[in-house]
Write a protein that binds this ligand. Structure first.
Ligand code: ADP
Ligand code: GLC
Length: 481
């Protein structure tokens, strides 16, 4: 089958979060299964220099955008058999210091940038000599693709491929003033409450939910949650109406990237049968981050965007209570300046117990996963979450709030001590999280139980070889192939 994927970020070319990892791994898994996957993504600053093997395609976009015409070039890179990446080259839109924002301010022209991106995807789908059987867009940045396909179908595109939209996070919808709708050049009658309109504004994700032939999201529990008012971010009504075309598929992990045996980022390799390497990673990281190097102190870690979603407020509360006990904590994060201040303050209060690093650092992310005994992920909501699954493979026991994909991927120690892979709690409070940290300390004091939990965690299998079949089933249902 030929699958055209569209994503505003793609590992290793660009990344702000799990979206980049997920699309890259899904595309690779499809190719590994013998299908042909091609991914369209913007050519952001620095990509061409880092990947000199990419070639310019003899292709030129000249597309209407409101009252103007906008041009762009196309580059391509073959990354594996059956896997090609297309890069949309428009320096005015994409050759910038950030992907969506700079200095915590979103770019003022994000509507224009991603409407144009979506138009390029549809144009490629229609005019490339290579014909996709299905178009699979991700998140609001690709949300307008199904409506654009429908528009072209109404104007004479015969048998366009069916479209699938994956919602990675309902909290980001791409909502813009109604005036931005003119940039889509879509007909007026797509701008209504069952279409692209949301309280008088343009909502790109809503347009995707309304017009896509099929909708997926990234865990079964989140698929249920988003049809409720509590988690529906104002779109639960529409999602309920589309429930028959909505399914939750838990993300997989690219174990080629996230593993402990062949990983250039780690200080020392280790495996479920040879755990001494994990201790060395712990001692080296403690030293590197200026913490007392002591393997007997339980080490907790978090790697995260510092956003409301991630439960930063309850985490700060729980840590300020628990850091008086024998434990250490490391954080790698970036995001809200207010949350960064919170962690800096905590670090001042507990010198020698906590190390915080702000910014984006792929190597440090792997090292923290490898070094820690426990990983904290107390999200308010979590569509899937990848870090808890990376933690499992690294033998780093995840402590998670039972929501979305966190609930679907971790087996709780209290509920099932024998098969446990982590610790779960339900109430969104600092107290409930502190209680889970206390449980972790108890577990840490019982080496046999800890070893059992670690073994279960490291053996859990979230590989894409399994998950990819759920996506193929969706594509097959759409194409009848
Ligand atoms: P989300 O996509 O909501 O941010 P996920 O858990 O799905 O959450 O994915 C987060 C991804 O981003 C993981 O691969 C994680 O390691 C990475 N990540 C988050 N923050 C940082 C950071 N500051 N430095 C390096 N990697 C980070
Ligand atoms: C989003 C979600 C996260 C998910 C990721 C990849 O960023 O916040 O939970 O793991 O997408 O699907």
């Amino acid at each position: 089958m030929n699958i055209l994927l569209a994503s505003s970020e793609l590992f290793p070319f660009s990344k702000t979060g799990g979206l980049a990892d997920m699309v890259a791994a899904l595309a690779r898994a499809l190719a590994n299964e013998g299908h042909e996957a091609r991914v369209v993504t913007p050519l952001y600053r620095g990509i061409r220099e880092k990947f000199p093997a990419m070639r310019k395609v003899d292709w030129h976009f000249d597309l209407p955008l409101g009252a103007s015409w906008v041009s762009a070039e196309l580059w391509e890179l073959d990354v594996a058999r059956g896997l090609k990446i297309y890069f949309i080259d428009h320096p005015g839109y994409f050759d910038r210091a950030g992907i969506y924002q700079e200095n915590h301010f979103s770019y003022a022209d994000n509507a224009e940038r991603y409407i144009f991106f979506s138009k390029c995807v549809v144009h490629l789908a229609r005019y490339l000599p290579w014909r996709p059987d299905v178009i699979h867009g991700h998140d609001w940045q690709a949300g307008l693709i199904p409506a654009l396909i429908l528009q072209q179908k109404n104007a004479g595109w015969q048998n366009p491929p069916p479209s699938c939209l994956t919602i990675h996070n309902l909290a980001y919808q791409g909502v813009f003033p109604a005036a931005a709708y003119a940039l889509t050049n879509l007909p007026e009658d797509f701008f209504h409450t069952e279409g692209a309109e949301f309280f008088g504004l343009l909502n790109c994700l809503k347009a995707g939910i309304a017009f896509a032939d099929f909708i997926t999201t990234v865990s079964p529990r989140y698929a249920r949650e988003i049809t409720t008012e509590e988690y529906g971010c104002g779109l639960d009504g529409l999602l309920r109406r589309r429930q028959k075309q909505l399914v939750g598929i838990l993300n997989g992990v690219d174990y080629g990237e996230w593993n402990t045996t062949k990983n250039p980022h780690l200080f020392k390799p280790y495996s479920v049968g040879r755990l001494t390497g994990k201790e060395i990673n712990k001692l080296k990281l403690q030293k590197m981050l200026g913490l007392p190097a002591d393997e007997s102190v339980p080490l907790f870690g978090t790697i995260s965007r510092l956003a409301e979603q991630k439960g930063v407020d309850i985490q700060l509360g729980a840590l300020s209570e628990m850091l008086n006990t024998k434990m250490q904590f490391v954080l790698l994060g970036s995001g809200s300046p207010e949350f960064e201040r919170g962690y800096r303050e905590l670090a001042r209060q507990f010198p020698g117990k906590i190390a915080v690093r702000f910014g984006y650092d792929e190597t440090l992310a792997h090292r923290i996963e490898a070094a820690c005994d426990f990983f904290l992920m107390p999200s308010r909501f979590e569509p899937c979450g990848l870090n808890q699954m990376y933690s499992l493979r690294y033998g780093t026991i995840p402590i998670v709030r039972a929501t979305g994909g966190l609930d679907d991927s971790v087996v709780d120690w209290t509920q099932n001590p024998k098969l446990a892979t982590g610790i779960k709690f339900s109430d969104y409070t600092a107290r409930a999280l502190a209680k889970s940290i206390r449980k972790a300390l108890v577990l840490y004091g019982q080496p046999k139980l800890l070893a059992n939990c670690r073994r279960n965690a490291m053996r859990a299998d979230f590989s894409w070889e399994r998950t990819v079949h759920d996506y193929l089933a969706v594509y097959q249902r759409l194409t009848g192939v």
